[in-house]
Design a protein around this ligand. Structure first.
Ligand code: COA
Ligand code: MG
Length: 303
């Protein structure tokens, strides 16, 4: 199959704040925060005995104070559990932009959820995002991403989860994530091969913001689109690191303008101030400019 089935519309996904669905105070804080999206968590941050209450919280939040102009994602429990099945019912009532499926290890995990959403007539635009957070998930990342090529798979993004991965592999948490980098890059490569967005893992230490900023820059340089966050204090650094920088933006605008000139028709390469630019750079440049436009509009809105 050669066609892509992913909705590739450019959206900023710099900062996706996870909020335990049981924590009403944190849920109510969301509308005042400047994260690009919220991940409403029904999985690991919610104890089994209060999962029903957490689902009820989500129903009220989505009904009474829905996020405006930001992506809402619900992380459900694995479908092999009773909690996971009940979470799907909550998803169908809340209608988030995406459902985040934990511990995805094979393409059939994605297809199983897509089938459930289809059977319930969930909106076509509702995406599935896959957490890649187990050794098998990493090993099978390419096959899972390839599921995005299947009609109706709904797969839109990968989110890396290092807490589970470190536990399963026994690779300890160290500054620089040295021995984890090869696996992270494998996930980025798999996502890009099939047109998916890819989000870097949470960082647990939400008080050391210098170390966090350094990790955001590392994630950006590895090619991630943004970071999953656990605390509002982390939003600013993620928004700064994953925003298109001014120089890249200026070059993107120049590239688009250069290829739009009448004299560039039929040219695939142009001399731009002593550097070669190629027509193939135009799509990436347009994406960057679109994302920067959304970010600028949000800034204006918050002022
Ligand atoms: N989303 C929204 N608001 C949050 C928040 C979050 N993830 N984490 C903290 N806050 C709010 C708190 O409610 C508090 O608000 P208040 O001042 O109005 O009371 C404020 O930010 C400061 O919080 P702080 O006291 O520094 O932290 P805490 O002890 O309340 O919470 C954690 C610390 C780690 C328990 C909490 O940040 C959390 O639950 N994070 C998400 C965990 C998660 O989702 N895990 C699963 C994915 S790995
Ligand atoms: Mg996990």
């Amino acid at each position: 199959m050669s066609e892509f089935f992913v909705d590739n519309t450019a959206r900023p996904r710099r900062s996706l704040l996870s909020v335990p669905a049981i924590n009403l105070r944190a849920l109510q804080k969301l509308s005042s925060l400047t994260c690009d999206g919220a991940i409403f968590d029904l999985e690991d941050s919610v104890a089994p005995e209060v999962k029903d209450e957490a689902r009820d919280n989500l129903l009220s939040v989505f009904r009474e104070t829905p996020l405006v102009n930001r992506e809402a994602i619900i992380r459900i429990n694995p479908l092999s559990t009773t909690a996971g099945r009940k979470d799907v019912d909550a998803v169908l009532s809340c209608l988030p932009h995406a459902v985040l499926l934990p511990k995805v290890e094979q393409p059939s995990d994605v297809h199983e959820l897509a089938d459930l959403l289809d059977e319930a007539d969930a909106p076509e635009g509702m995406q599935i995002w896959a957490m890649i957070e187990t050794p098998r998930g990493i090993l099978n990342a390419a096959a899972i991403a390839e599921a995005a090529h299947t009609t109706g798979s709904r797969l839109g993004a990968f989110v890396v989860g290092l807490n589970d991965l470190r536990k399963d592999t026994r690779v300890p948490a160290r500054p620089g994530r040295t021995y984890l980098v090869p696996w992270l890059m494998q996930v980025v490569l798999a996502a890009r091969a099939y047109g998916l967005d890819v989000i870097d893992s949470v960082s647990n230490d939400f008080r050391d913001l210098d170390a966090f900023a350094t990790e955001c820059e590392q994630g950006r340089d590895m090619g991630f689109d943004g970071k999953m966050l656990i605390h509002p204090a982390q939003i600013e650094a993620a928004n700064a690191a994953f925003a298109p920088d001014e120089a890249a933006l200026a070059e993107a605008r120049e590239t688009i303008a250069a290829f739009a000139k009448p004299e560039s028709v039929g040219l695939n390469v142009i001399n731009m101030n002593g550097r070669m630019i190629e027509r193939l750079h135009v799509t990436g440049a347009e994406r960057l400019v679109a994302i920067a436009g959304i970010i600028a509009a949000r800034k204006a809105e918050n002022q």
